[in-house]
Design a protein around this ligand. Structure first.
Ligand code: URA
Length: 216
């Protein structure tokens, strides 16, 4: 595990339940159905931290007992999975934040250049006031993530309204994203050691999309 304290924008949600579930996900012998449900579970658990800055307004309500004060979201948040592995975490976000709307950004990493290639962008209109949780399980080089954040900013989202949520981050990826967008918060279940020569996270969990969809 690398030292998280050198990244001001990074929050590592260090919780025994998340550690346990992530360890199961890392294991080579974990089958696809279990991998998928664990990714959803951790997605839900991380949403608690990722949504910490969500704006809510005081409201007057009536309980069966008496009038009371409560809180209501000012606007539905937007969840944006980076396709395709982000879909597995988005399921977990929606399980605990069903008010959210969903946008999609499709970016893949060219195997030779390792550069991001954008192939799909589907976002709702009126994004300037939106809180966005962008999800991708693996923050590796940070190139695809920074590109996907750029897509959101281009569409009108304020960088400070974006939280990037992942399962496993590499220091290289956190650094690259912070250099491109210092205002974006990163919420992760773990900060791993490094990238290997093929830009996979070490120790990581392998190819998250392949393991999520059984295409290994
Ligand atoms: N993408 C993955 O799915 N795994 C890695 O380790 C790096 C990028």
């Amino acid at each position: 595990m690398a030292d998280a304290s050198r990244f001001p924008s990074l929050i590592v949600v260090d919780h025994p339940l998340i550690r346990h579930k992530l360890t199961l996900m890392r294991r080579t012998d974990t089958p696809t159905p279990l991998f998928r449900s664990l990714m959803k579970d951790i997605g839900s658990l991380l949403t608690l931290e990722a949504s910490r800055t969500l704006p809510v307004n005081p409201v007057d309500i009536v309980t069966p007992i008496c009038p009371a004060k409560g809180w209501a979201m000012t606007m539905p948040p937007l969840v944006v999975p980076i396709l395709r592995a982000g879909m597995g975490m988005a399921e977990g976000v929606l399980a605990v934040m069903n008010e959210a709307e969903v946008g999609f950004v499709g970016v893949y990493r060219d195997e030779v250049t390792l550069e991001p290639v954008e192939y799909l962008v589907k976002l709702p209109p009126r994004l300037t006031e939106r809180s966005v949780v962008m999800v991708d399980p693996m923050l590796a080089t940070g190139h695809s993530s920074a590109h996907a954040v750029k897509v959101l900013v281009r569409a009108g989202v304020r960088p400070e309204a974006i939280t990037f949520m992942c399962l496993v981050a590499a220091p290289e990826g956190v650094q690259a994203l912070a250099e491109a967008f210092p205002q974006v918060r990163v919420v992760t279940a773990a900060l791993d050691e490094r990238l290997n020569e093929r830009a996979y996270i070490v120790p990581g969990l392998g190819d998250a999309g392949d393991r999520l969809y059984g295409t290994v």
